[in-house]
Design a binder for this molecule. Structure first.
Ligand code: AMP
Ligand code: GLY
Length: 421
């Protein structure tokens, strides 16, 4: 089989490595991929949002199956466009990807179908938003409606801070059109859990739970990033909570999307907060998380391609989705200064052991040399029988990844470890 994977980060590298395990796979095209992915797939310089070119390429190469991994092509209708040419895909169509593409859509869906989430109000008019904030309880949370590279969420400790965020989004154009409408919502507390799930629109099969580390600095300090590391499973996500989430959140969400005529097929990511009043949805993503994928897929014992095709064909109920009873930890190495200003272009080298455990996110080939090209550069994953050992191994192996100005958090997994004790 010839496969095509749209996207070019650490998540896509992890997906490609998992797909390659299926002996039916002959070729994987990675669009655009990156210098590290080039070890595992045939990278083609077509951008992930260049839908016309992606479709033309897929048709020309007679691709048998496509996986659209990032949020923006999904929201832009990449799956619809490929399917229109007869190419089966993993990923939701645009009318379902809106569950991530518009926070207002997601909030209204949850309200309409009684799915637990933070209380909220939606504003299209800045003056009304500012007036509302005069009496809103603080801390409060201000979110841009559309996709904002994970940066469209401000937790405001004071009303002034919240107002500044609203002005920047609605007037300053900080997030472009994504910020022309905002959601202001109740501040929730409790441990966060990421649950990625497979769904064919009929059944939902959750993957092993995980914990992201979004802040740049140790002890969850500093700016929000795309994620500095992950562990799986998430110790806060007990079997009792998992049952409750299935009944109160996962199944109702699938049913709600069907009722709206927006059947979701693909990976639906539930960003949950385990509040004192029970699990609530913080966000939905219409795709695999990054770097959650880098700990979840290494624990998957069943065949990824078989599961993905079952999601497309509506046969997920009969398809095995089995995870190892082990632990995984992924440590991200970023360019110093990320997520703000950082330098790139430094040679990236890895020991053989490190290369086997590392997914490359931000590096390109300069001739034969791999050089850094992004904020997050690599993610090194270790799997072990205990969380403690997985953490120790992930750090030890990531010592074998070298580039100038490398930065990593030193406490990935520590909170999870405390929770286990
Ligand atoms: P998001 O981009 O929606 O994932 O939000 C980024 C982060 O902001 C989340 O991972 C949470 O840590 C935090 N967050 C978002 N919404 C809330 C909320 N209502 N209450 C508390 N924290 C929140
Ligand atoms: N790691 C969070 C996300 O992929 O959105």
């Amino acid at each position: 089989m010839k496969l095509l994977v749209v996207g070019g980060g650490g998540r896509e590298h992890a997906i490609i490595r998992a797909l390659k395990k299926n002996p039916q796979v002959e070729t994987i095209y990675s669009l655009p991929g990156n210098g590290g992915i080039a070890q595992d797939a045939e990278c083609v310089p077509i951008g992930a949002t260049d839908i016309d070119k992606i479709v033309a390429f897929a048709v020309e190469k007679k691709v048998d199956y496509a996986v659209v991994a990032p949020d923006d092509p999904l929201v832009l209708g990449c799956v619809d466009a490929l399917e229109a040419k007869g190419i089966p895909c993993f990923g939701p169509r645009a009318n379902a990807a809106i569950i991530e593409g518009s926070k207002i859509f997601a909030k209204n869906l949850m309200k309409k179908y009684g799915i637990p989430t933070a209380d909220y109000a939606v504003f299209e008019d800045m003056d009304q938003a500012l007036a509302y904030l005069d009496t809103a309880p603080v801390p409060t949370v201000v979110k841009a409606d559309g996709l904002a590279l994970g940066k469209g969420v401000i937790i405001a400790q004071t009303r002034e801070e919240a107002k500044t965020a609203v002005r920047e989004m609605m007037e300053g154009g900080k997030f472009g059109a994504s910020g022309s409408r905002v959601v202001i919502e109740e501040f929730l507390t409790g441990p966060e859990v990421s649950v990625l799930s497979f769904t064919d629109g009929k059944v939902v099969k959750p993957m092993v739970s995980s914990m992201d580390h979004k802040r740049a600095g140790d002890n969850d300090t500093g700016l929000n990033t795309g994620g500095m590391g992950t562990v799986a499973p998430n110790p806060y996500y007990t079997p009792e909570i998992a049952d409750r989430c299935m009944k109160e959140i996962f199944l109702p969400t699938i049913a709600a999307m069907n009722a709206e005529g927006r059947t979701f097929r693909g990976c639906l990511y539930f960003g949950l907060m385990l509040t004192p009043k029970g699990p609530k949805v913080i966000e939905y993503n219409c795709r695999f998380g990054d770097p959650e994928t880098q700990v979840v897929l290494p624990l998957l014992e069943s065949d990824l391609l078989t599961i993905m095709r079952a999601c497309t064909n509506g046969t997920l109920a009969e398809t095995e989705v089995k995870f190892a009873d082990k632990h995984a930890c992924c440590v991200i190495l970023a360019s110093k200064g990320y997520p703000e200003h950082y330098q790139k272009g430094f040679p990236l080298t890895m020991t053989e052991e490190a290369a086997a455990h590392t997914y490359v996110a931000g590096a390109k080939l300069d001739g034969d040399t791999l050089v850094t090209s992004g904020g997050r550069v690599t993610g090194t994953t270790a799997v072990a029988d205990s969380l403690e050992e997985a953490i120790r191994e992930a750090y030890r192996i990531s010592d074998g990844v070298h580039f100038e100005n490398a930065y990593r958090r030193s406490d990935i997994g520590q909170r999870a470890l405390q929770a286990l004790k």
